[in-house]
Design a protein around this ligand. Structure first.
Ligand code: ZN
Length: 533
């Protein structure tokens, strides 16, 4: 009895100093990472502004990917290109062995969202051109800065592990991540730390709301004829497209409240006097869980068959994108949240707040609170009964294949409609730059946690296998033969690229992109006379 007691005491005395030492070492490493990120603020600004100026749409992120991979190679990462047959997809790795920590973020822009940064009203750089109307120019610079900071510490302290960076290509089309999963890009990855622009520092676990989706294009084929001379000899594919759309819009009333669906006509025929032989309509079918997404897709297929029957045309369809509903890892989110609390929100300047409030006013928002000044709470899982739908992100596919979280960082202004020119206003200003620096600190600290505490990676997988996957197991919407839709957005970039190129950021000549464009920060509308009275 006595001997056992002595052994226990000895053991606890023997262990405690080691653990304390490890913790002190980790805390010191984290402080160094924070300092290193601060020292790279200029690099972060240059990358954020450069990617902003490219403004490329999904699948056409040619300049963006060339630029980002060149940065990574310069800092010693090994890059392979053309992942999943997507020319703009790549993966960059450094280090060796376990754990493998992957860092991802989206890189594509939004159609028609060209916008001068720092100007609190609609003012495009190139009228009609795409731009960063979501702020996807910020996430990969954040990951690169975090990865470089951690790499230096790993080298010096000989920490084992691998850092891997990968881009969310064509996130706005949800057209790459399910393909990356299918093709085994993440098969050795232990934890995926995804990051996406937001307007606060936050992270959550479980189902955080929103939807998943399938993106499907239906193409009808009929027969041409002279629209006036012999219309009875034609079979109109456009009629089929219109009937399918009308059918869907009638059915909409009888779909679940959590569903979202929308379409664009991608081919409406050639000219009025020729009965359209081919026509296409492209749908996004969104729902909050996999079975209901599948159900919507099946309704769409039936409706397409019905439209083909009515018009005596033939129909084929093709999946162009897919996003699984998201589920994030509890252990990783809780670990990251502690780092969020340590880092806190950036110090906003008077100019930053003036821009934010002026934009909120310009958009007609009821209140103009400006930028976030209080850190978000840790996100708790949403009750599916209360999930009223919303957007999707194909990070969902990854989140059902390994422990994953999404870090949101404050590089944008609260209260914007999204997918709009207004979301580009902050994206190459001090707001974006400071948000990226804050986010990179959180990301770097969380990587260090995962590299040095094996029990966290084990705990993350325990949650993934024994809690998350008890609820549902991943059933991908794409098959092994589904090709990635690499043709998308080609024509838009062909139309605008030459005009946009004139405005690419040159950091060797200008300290910031605002300087290059000659924009006074912030540029806001003068008060109206009614306000002066
Ligand atoms: Zn996004």
């Amino acid at each position: 009895m006595k001997r056992v007691l002595i052994a226990v005491v000895a053991l606890s005395f023997g262990m405690a100093p080691v653990a304390a030492q490890d913790n002190a070492r980790l805390e010191a490493q984290k402080k160094e990472a924070v300092r290193a990120v601060d020292e790279m603020a200029k690099l972060a600004q240059e990358m954020v502004d450069s990617v902003f100026s490219f403004g490329e749409l999904g699948m056409q992120e040619v300049g963006t990917s060339r630029y980002l991979t060149a940065q990574l190679e310069k800092f010693g990462f090994k890059v392979t290109r053309g992942q999943s047959g997507i020319p703009t997809a790549w993966v960059a790795t450094w280090g060796s062995g376990k754990p493998v920590i992957a860092l991802g973020s989206d890189i594509d822009g939004i159609p028609q969202s060209s916008q001068k940064p720092g100007v609190a009203y609609f003012d495009p750089i190139v009228e009609g051109a795409p731009g960063h109307g979501e702020g996807h120019n910020t996430g990969m610079p954040l990951n690169i800065v975090a990865a470089i900071a951690v790499k230096r510490i790993m080298e010096r302290d000989k920490l084992p592990g691998t850092i891997m960076l990968w881009p969310g290509v064509a996130e706005e089309l949800v057209a790459s991540k399910a393909w990356f999963v299918r093709d085994g890009l993440f098969k050795d990855v232990d934890v995926n730390l995804f990051t996406h622009v937001g307007n606060n520092l936050d992270v959550g676990w479980g189902n955080q709301g929103g939807t998943g989706l399938v993106s499907v294009e239906y193409t009808f084929e009929g027969e041409t004829a002279h629209s006036a001379g012999a219309p009875w000899r034609g079979r109109s594919a456009l009629d089929a497209v219109e009937l399918m759309n009308i059918g869907w819009n009638y059915r909409r009333e009888h779909l679940r409240l959590s569903h979202r669906s929308h379409s664009v006509i991608t081919n409406g025929g050639d000219q009025p006097n020729v009965v359209p032989r081919n026509a296409s309509i492209w749908f996004y079918f969104r729902e909050i869980d996999q079975p209901h997404i599948k159900e919507l897709w099946e309704i769409g297929n039936k409706m397409a068959d019905g439209a083909a029957l009515m018009t005596n045309t033939k129909v084929t369809s093709r999946i162009l994108g897919t996003a699984y509903p998201r589920h994030f890892n509890k252990v990783v989110a809780e670990t990251m949240y502690k780092n969020i609390q340590t880092v806190g929100l950036p110090q906003w300047s008077e100019a930053d707040q003036t821009l934010a409030k002026a934009l909120q006013k310009e958009l007609g928002n009821a209140t103009q609170p400006g930028l976030a000044v209080k850190v978000s709470e840790l996100g708790e899982p949403m009750d599916p009964e209360r999930n009223i739908g919303g957007g999707s992100d194909d990070i969902g596919d990854i989140s059902w294949n390994m422990p994953t979280v999404t870090l949101r960082f404050p590089s944008n202004i609260p209260g914007l409609p999204g997918h709009n020119w207004s979301s580009g206003i902050a994206s190459a200003t001090p707001i974006a730059h400071k948000g990226v620096v804050a986010g990179a600190k959180v990301q770097a600290m969380t990587i260090l946690d995962l590299l040095t505490k094996p029990e966290l990676v084990k705990g993350a997988w325990d949650y993934f296998n024994n809690v998350q996957r008890k609820e549902h197991t991943y059933v991908p919407f794409i098959s092994k033969d589904t090709p990635a839709p690499t043709h998308l957005n080609k024509e838009i970039l062909e139309k605008y690229r030459d005009q946009m190129r004139k405005f690419y950021y040159d950091p060797t000549k200008f300290p910031t992109y605002l300087d290059q464009l000659g924009i006074k920060y912030p540029t806001v509308k003068a008060p109206t006379s009614s306000q002066q009275q």
